[in-house]
Design a protein around this ligand. Structure first.
Ligand code: AMP
Ligand code: GLY
Length: 423
């Protein structure tokens, strides 16, 4: 098989690495890729949103499958476009990708099919949204932009002032563009959060091993929300009993709901869950692999990844039995100073080989570029230093030992990945 992976982050690096392990895979290409990915796969400077360019590349390289990893090309219909030309894809079409691309769509879907989630109302007028929040009079109030917003479209407002400011910036200043034309105002839930990714071909759903993301920028879950600063797998809160409940009350009903809506979902469906005292509830769906969840989940996969990807694309997932390792894994993200705000680029990264060579450590590149044989920073999240271990403790110790060996000016990382839940 020849496979083209669309995207350029740490998630895509983990996907490329895992595909390369498969004896069935002859070549892995990536577009646009990044500095680290270019060491593992031939990269091409085609923008991840460029459907025509991606199809032309897929044809030129005569690939058997295109793996569309990021949310925006999925929402923009890249899979529809490439499949229409006869090349199979891993990833949902635009109609199914709405499950992530529109929070209004996903909330209405959950309500219609009785899938547990936070209570909510939808608004297209900021004044009405504020009136509703004031009338409710309970804080925090959760305000979510309808559309895609780089994982930053959720505001937990502690009081009326903050709610008003959030509504203003999302709906009037339009800091996320048209994504903020509508907002969802929802009930504030509490409880541990769990990420569960699942393979599905629209008929069969196979949950992967669970993980826990750390979304806030600073230690102790403080600071602004980010794309994710680190992950562990398995998630210590995700017991077999919880998993069973999620399968019955959330996962299977979601696949059936999408089929009933005429939007069968094929690819990786991501369930962002909160384990509340009333049971597991959906916080969000994503239409793709999570970043940095993928970096801890895929290394635990024992079954041939390319075989699964192909089975999903050809709707034969039910024929496979997917096996996972019992080891634990941990990923610590090293970010540019200033992230998730503005940050410098082009700083030299030192110690990469040392980090990569530490026992059991893999360094996935997120925002890097390679110039004259040197790796330079090129994004907010720069690296995901990942390790497996027999216990979570061992995986964390190994990942942090890798981090210690790597440096670049202003590098920032959380010191408490995998430890917050014990506080
Ligand atoms: P999302 O981008 O939808 O995953 O939201 C980002 C983060 O906001 C989540 O990981 C939660 O920590 C938090 N969050 C979102 N919705 C709620 C809610 N209804 N109640 C409490 N926290 C929430
Ligand atoms: N880490 C969360 C996400 O990929 O959306």
């Amino acid at each position: 098989m020849k496979i083209l992976v669309v995207g350029s982050g740490g998630r895509e690096h983990a996907i490329v690495r895992k595909l390369k392990d498969s004896p069935q895979v002859e070549a892995v290409y990536c577009a646009p890729g990044n500095g680290g990915i270019s060491r593992d796969a031939e990269c091409f400077p085609v923008n991840a949103m460029d459907k025509e360019g991606m199809l032309a590349l897929a044809k030129e390289k005569a690939v058997d499958l295109v793996f569309v990893a990021p949310d925006d090309p999925l929402a923009a219909g890249m899979v529809d476009f490439i499949e229409a030309a006869g090349i199979p894809c891993f990833g949902p079409n635009a109609a199914a990708a709405q499950i992530e691309a529109s929070k209004v769509f996903s909330k209405n879907l959950m309500k219609k099919y009785h899938i547990p989630t936070a209570g909510y109302e939808v608004f297209s007028d900021p004044a009405q949204a504020l009136e509703y929040i004031k009338a409710q009079g309970t804080y925090p109030a959760v305000i979510k932009a309808d559309g895609l917003a780089l994982g930053k479209g959720v505001v937990i407002a502690q009081n009326e002032e903050e709610a008003k400011a959030a509504l203003h910036s999302i709906m009037e200043d339009k800091i996320f563009g048209e994504s903020g034309a509508q907002v969802v105002v929802e009930e504030f839930l509490t409880g541990p959060e769990v990420s569960v990714l699942a393979f599905t071909d629209g008929k069969t759903l196979c949950p992967m091993v669970s993980s826990m993301d750390h979304k806030r920028a600073y230690d102790g879950d403080k600071g602004p929300n980010t794309g994710g600063m680190g992950t562990i797998s398995p998630n210590p809160f995700y017991t077999e009993e919880v998993a069973k409940r999620c399968m019955e009350e959330i996962f299977q009903p979601t696949v059936e709901a999408m089929n009933a809506e005429g939007r069968p979902f094929k690819g990786c469906l991501y369930f962002g869950l909160m384990l509340t005292k009333d049971g597991p509830k959906v916080i969000e769906y994503n239409s793709r692999f999570g970043d940095p969840e993928t970096q801890v989940v895929l290394p635990r996969l024992k079954t041939d990844f390319a075989q699964i990807v192909e089975a999903v694309a050809h709707e034969r997932l039910g024929e496979l039995s997917i096996q996972w390792s019992d080891q634990a894994s941990a990923c610590v993200v090293m970010a540019s100073g200033g992230y998730p705000g503005s940050y410098p680029k082009g700083l030299e990264i030192h110690g990469l080989d040392a980090g990569g060579q530490a026992s059991g450590v893999t360094v996935y590149h997120a925002g890097t570029k390679c110039e004259d044989g040197k790796f330079l920073t090129n994004g907010g999240r720069v690296l995901g230093v990942t390790a497996l271990g027999d216990t979570l403790e061992e995986a964390l110790n190994r990942a942090y030992a890798g981090v210690e060996k790597i440096s670049f000016e202003g590098a920032m990382y959380r010191k408490d990945i995998g430890r917050t839940h014990r506080n």
